[in-house]
Design a protein around this ligand. Structure first.
Ligand code: NAD
Ligand code: IPM
Ligand code: MN
Length: 354
């Protein structure tokens, strides 16, 4: 089991440290960890947010555990040198086109959600976000507009090929869950050509999957429905930008962004699963970095996803998930959930309950 550990910036190192300790506590055979620099720290040490050595380490492993990148000191750098390019570059170079972001309110923990308990308890969805296309990776630039003012532009596009492969992931994911194969594809086809191609392609791809119950929704409505009627969603299939926004929204409905893990996968296989990059959906949280205030649960739950998807270790994955649930049920809470437990204490509480 070769795992690249890329902690990154801000709270990245704190939450990754706790997640690695949980992984090590499982006493798995032949576990080897390799460290690499990414983000602002990599820029400061090597002049690049994604040094080639880091990419080589990631490529040579079966899975990557990623913390977070982002540093306010770097926000004025030219875009290619900014910390965020590290995660975008890893996703692109490793062809990790599918991002799975589960959002679920654990039974008995409805009170962590700002939603009414009877609504919160029905929230259990998987956001399948396309990760290597969309406006994120199109041409972009700045020019002088006709009136002489500065204008920024970003090209948004999706090809049928890109949409078809992510749709297949969503259909497979729906089938693997126990939610009657519901897939809701979220787009903005009433306005965007990109979304029209998206919608037509998803419909066409679903044609050969009669067991999939496919629906379509505009993204503005989806944002509203996730909060008001989450029970209707099983799998949400959406593009890169909409998926980014909707997953932060879903995390707030669960209770905190410090609780949501993610898996980014592509087609490359490992001995017991697929190669993947695993990371919390949150960022480097510079406002609380270095104060032991970060909730490491999202990163710990990302390790569970890693064990499930890249190493076929369902038992250990479930042990981690149950330990996190138990810790929350026992009142272990970071500041994000209105509690006082520090990052290390939360990590230790999870390890004790494994
Ligand atoms: P953020 O997710 O870092 O933080 C948003 C808010 O949530 C902050 O108030 C923060 O304190 C809180 N928060 C986040 N994670 C938490 C945790 N584990 N425990 C407790 N509280 C937590 O988003 P932002 O402030 O918009 O971005 C900060 C930096 O992170 C930016 O540079 C951004 O580009 C970067 N970012 C990186 C990633 C990534 O590496 N994948 C993801 C999102 C944002
Ligand atoms: C995320 C982040 C990234 C994204 C940024 C840091 C590039 O917000 O992983 O959700 O937009 O994908
Ligand atoms: Mn995001």
């Amino acid at each position: 089991m070769k795992i690249a550990v890329l902690p990154g910036d801000g709270i990245g190192p704190e939450v990754t440290r706790e997640a690695v300790k949980v992984l090590e506590a499982l006493d798995l055979p032949r576990l080897t960890l390799f460290d690499g620099d990414v983000g602002g720290i990599a820029y400061k040490r090597h002049g690049q947010p994604l040094p080639s050595e880091t990419l080589t380490i990631a490529q040579s492993c079966d899975a990557v555990l990623f913390g977070a990148v982002g540093d306010p000191d770097c926000d004025k750098l030219e875009r290619a040198l900014r910390p965020e390019q590290a995660i975008l570059g890893l996703r692109k170079h490793l062809d990790l086109f599918a991002n799975l972001r589960p959002a679920k309110v654990f039974a008995g923990l409805e009170h962590l959600s700002p939603l009414k308990p009877e609504i919160a308890k029905t929230l259990d969805m998987m956001i399948v976000r396309e990760l290597t296309g969309d406006v994120y990776f199109g041409d972009k630039g700045e020019k002088v507009a006709n009136d002489g003012s500065q204008e920024g532009w970003d090209m948004m596009s999706y090809s049928e090929t890109e949409v078809r492969r992510i749709a297949q992931v969503a259909f497979r994911t729906a089938r693997a869950g126990d939610d009657k194969c519901r897939v809701c594809s979220v787009d903005k086809a009433n306005v965007l050509e990109t979304s029209q191609v998206w919608r037509d392609t998803v419909k066409d791809a679903a044609g050969s999957h009669p067991d999939i119950e496919l629906s379509h929704m505009y993204v503005d409505n989806a944002a509203m429905q996730i909060i008001s009627n989450p029970a209707q969603f099983g799998v949400i299939l959406t593009g890169n930008l909409f998926g980014d926004i909707l997953s932060d929204l879903a995390s707030a409905a669960v209770g905190s962004i410090g609780l949501l893990p993610s898996a980014s996968i592509g087609d490359r296989k490992t001995d017991h699963g697929v190669f993947g990059l695993y990371e919390p959906i949150h960022g480097s949280a510079p406002d609380i970095a270095g104060q032991c205030k970060a909730n490491p649960m999202a990163t710990i739950l990302s390790v569970a996803m890693m064990l499930r998807y890249s190493f076929g270790r369902e038992n250990e994955a479930a042990r981690i998930e149950m330990a996190v649930e138990k810790a929350l049920a026992d009142g272990i809470r970071g500041g994000d959930l209105g509690g006082e437990h520090g990052c290390e204490e939360i990590g230790e509480a999870v390890r004790e309950r494994l």
